[in-house]
Design a protein around this ligand. Structure first.
Ligand code: ME8
Length: 501
């Protein structure tokens, strides 16, 4: 039976140390794609996004900008909200970790950890990367840098620790029960190898700066990742929301591959720690606490084959390209180009080729030709002669469901393109304009009926990727279900041409 549970879909909450990047827009677009897809199937989906505002990185960036941390956060959080809106990401909530609903929630969680015996005080001696806001073991440092390539510094400071080491065995046992916990499988293997190496206790507080959630009665603030991960629960700020979108729901955390470890190791450990003591920890507790969780990781966007970086000057500004091409084109390219889960390469050439070759020349051309004839020769209505035809029998939605159950986003889009190509072949074979010209009105109308039916299927199937296209084509059909005789509204242009790369 199909899973009909409500679903909570989350994006990472993004650091506000700078302005949004195409990678941030990407994760949010994928999350929006899935939430639209599930909603289309009648499931209740809650799409959560937001900003991660505490920690040393943000504090340092605020200082550099000569601003107070909170003013700096206000300024940049607004940009993250704006890019989600301009990418047509229909989020249900945008959480900021500086909000009271979040800070008080995290403080409550901290107390529960203490009560359950998971926290002790010690001294952290080791490597820390401010850019990654992550601690690294000596064995992970390569050429004086973190595995991510970020610079690290040696830290020695008093710290509270979370007994993460107790989780090594239980996590490994639980992972075996949940082969789908992390997508894609290969990356899950990497994670298991990391855990097999043995987990160290985790430093979960800092006392050498103050931009964080205070631990009451101490001079410490909570480690930014402990703080950040709980956004997924603190945002569900009424008992009804918590029950509907956590306790009784499926939870899909979409993240880039860079932050898999935090989501697939720390997060399950934190959730389990709320429900047991170190003595009662087991794989069963993890199962109970995390049974509904799935971590879906995607790859990295490169720009013209290289890592995007300010110094190389090859970063892609999401505001700029959306302003220039509109959100549908940008969404289409980002969803269509990479094999989901793996790295993608953003090149101007690939962008132009996909938009022109696939959207404009295939889907756009089909719509343009069909609507023109429907208006000119069929009285601006879906013809009443309704023949049966193999194109109308295709279960495009079913095909998409099968592919998307395995996160094959690009293949699902390919299935729509293949279908549109078949409809275009029908146009070539039957030449409906010639039929009308030759006075074969009935045959012409039959062809137009089939083509309009095909367009209707296409706009439904592609809706999660192209919300604007879906809206415009739905308006042509009077926002009604497809049926013989319904009136068709005019549409000036299906897709705008774009300049060659
Ligand atoms: O890690 N390609 O925030 P962050 C693809 N605050 N995705 C990219 C990308 C790229 N080149 N660059 C960034 C954090 N991303 C934490 C998260 S969650 C409780 C806390 C996307 O601002 C990708 O989703 O560094 C990556 O995981 C995320 O931005 C990192 O955003």
């Amino acid at each position: 039976m199909q899973d009909q549970r409500n679903i909570l879909i989350t994006t990472p909450i993004y650091y506000v140390n700078g302005s949004p990047h195409i990678g941030h827009a990407y994760t949010s677009i994928v999350a929006d794609f899935f939430s639209r897809f599930f909603r289309q199937r009648g499931r209740r989906a809650f799409l959560l996004t937001g900003t991660d505002e505490h920690g040393q990185k943000v504090a340092q960036s605020a200082e550099k900008a000569g601003m107070s941390p909170i003013d700096f956060c206000d300024q940049n959080a607004a940009l993250f909200r704006a890019i989600a809106e301009r990418s047509s990401v229909a989020f249900d909530d945008f959480i900021r970790t500086t909000e009271k609903r979040h800070t008080s929630f995290v403080q409550r969680m901290w107390k529960q950890f203490e009560k359950n015996g998971w926290i002790y005080k010690g001294t952290y001696n080791g490597w820390y990367s401010v850019r990654d806001e992550a601690f690294y073991a000596e064995s992970e440092i390569v050429d004086g840098k973190a595995p991510s390539g970020s610079p690290v510094e040696w830290k020695e400071e008093e710290s509270y620790f979370f007994k993460l080491s107790a989780f090594t065995g239980p996590l490994l046992e639980w992972y075996e029960r949940r082969p789908d916990f992390v997508f894609p499988e290969g990356r899950f293997q990497e994670l298991k190898s990391f855990v097999q190496g043995g987990l160290n206790d985790l430093s979960v507080s800092r006392c050498t700066f103050s931009w964080g959630i205070p631990i009451e009665g101490t001079n410490h603030v909570i480690y930014v990742w402990f703080d950040a991960l709980f956004n997924y629960q603190s945002a569900l700020d009424t008992p009804e929301k918590f029950k509907s979108f956590w306790t009784d729901a499926k939870v899909m955390h979409l993240v880039g591959k860079d932050i898999m470890r935090f989501h697939a190791v720390y997060w399950p450990a934190f959730l389990a720690a709320l429900e047991c003591t170190p003595d009662t920890l087991s794989a069963d507790v993890l199962e109970r606490a995390c049974r509904h969780l799935q971590i879906v990781t995607h790859g990295w966007w490169l720009s013209e084959g290289e890592k995007m970086s300010k110094s190389l000057g090859n970063t892609i500004d999401p505001f700029e390209i959306i302003e220039r091409y509109g959100s549908d084109y940008v969404r289409y390219f980002l969803l269509r180009e990479p094999s989901f889960g793996y790295d993608g390469n953003f090149t101007r050439e690939a962008f132009t080729n996909r938009i022109t070759g696939e959207l404009i020349n295939n889907i756009g051309n089909l719509c343009q030709r069909t609507f023109t004839l429907a208006h000119k020769s069929c009285g601006s209505a879906v013809p009443t002669r309704a023949p049966s035809h193999p194109l109308l029998e295709v279960d495009l939605q079913g095909e998409m469901e099968g592919l998307l159950a395995e996160f094959k986003i690009n293949q699902a889009i390919e299935a729509v393109l293949a279908y549109a190509s078949k409809a275009n072949e029908l146009v070539q074979e039957t030449k409906p304009w010639a039929l009308f010209k030759a006075g074969e009105q009935e045959r012409g109308e039959e062809v137009i009926f089939v083509l309009l039916g095909a367009i209707f299927k296409i706009k439904e199937a592609i809706a999660p990727a192209l919300p604007d296209f879906h809206k415009r084509i739905s308006e042509v059909f009077g926002n009604q279900a497809f049926a013989p005789g319904i009136k068709l509204a005019p549409l000036a242009k299906v897709f705008e041409q774009i300049a060659p790369a």
